[in-house]
Design a binder for this molecule. Structure first.
Ligand code: S3P
Length: 171
């Protein structure tokens, strides 16, 4: 192992946090979640931070990712779905092992519809919003990923095992 982090990226509801926690146990690496760190940093929930505007949230997200990547020993980092929107974030993540979790629109919709913690989905047409946003981001996710895993109809544990078996000898 050298000094690379393992970073989970992907759309909301693809299981980054749940999978990250399992990976952290099986690979014996610390687990860090960017959204959780943002909330700690600001002592506010993500929806509250979003009330000051998405741009404000994105600037804190940038600071937080930078801090995590630079100041922590190799860790499993799960990220918010929009982390790839910033060029600065993309440049930072490029030097690490990036794992993309994918899911179909229907599966994402099923997983996120009960949860009120995602301000971007506080709209009437949640399915439509998922489809449009995914479309805007798809290329950015794919471009950054070293490993891509489809999570449709899979248990979280199975996704984590698949990642482990796809890891290069040296991370
Ligand atoms: C966002 C995803 C969320 C959170 C915020 C914005 C996005 O994280 O960072 O609500 O832009 O896709 P999850 O991907 O963990 O839901």
């Amino acid at each position: 192992m050298n000094n690379k982090h393992i970073i989970l990226i992907g759309f909301m509801g693809t299981g980054k946090s749940s999978v990250g926690k399992i990976l952290s146990k099986s690979l014996e690496l610390p687990y860090i979640d960017t959204d959780y760190k943002i909330e700690l940093r600001k002592q506010q929930s993500i929806p509250k931070i979003f009330e000051k505007g998405e741009a404000y949230f994105r600037s804190i997200e940038e600071e937080t990712l930078n801090d995590i990547i630079i100041n922590h020993s190799p860790s499993i980092i799960s990220t918010g779905g929009g982390i790839i929107l910033s060029e600065k974030n993309r440049a930072l993540m490029k030097n690490h092992l990036v794992i993309l979790l994918q899911a179909s629109i229907e599966e994402i919709y099923k997983r996120v519809k009960q949860n009120q913690e995602r301000p971007l989905l506080h709209v009437k047409d949640v399915r439509g919003k998922i489809a449009d946003t995914l479309d805007q981001r798809k290329a950015l996710y794919a471009h950054l990923a070293n490993i891509t895993i489809n999570t449709d109809n899979k248990e979280i544990k199975q996704v984590a095992e698949e990642i482990v078996s796809n890891l290069p000898q040296k991370v």
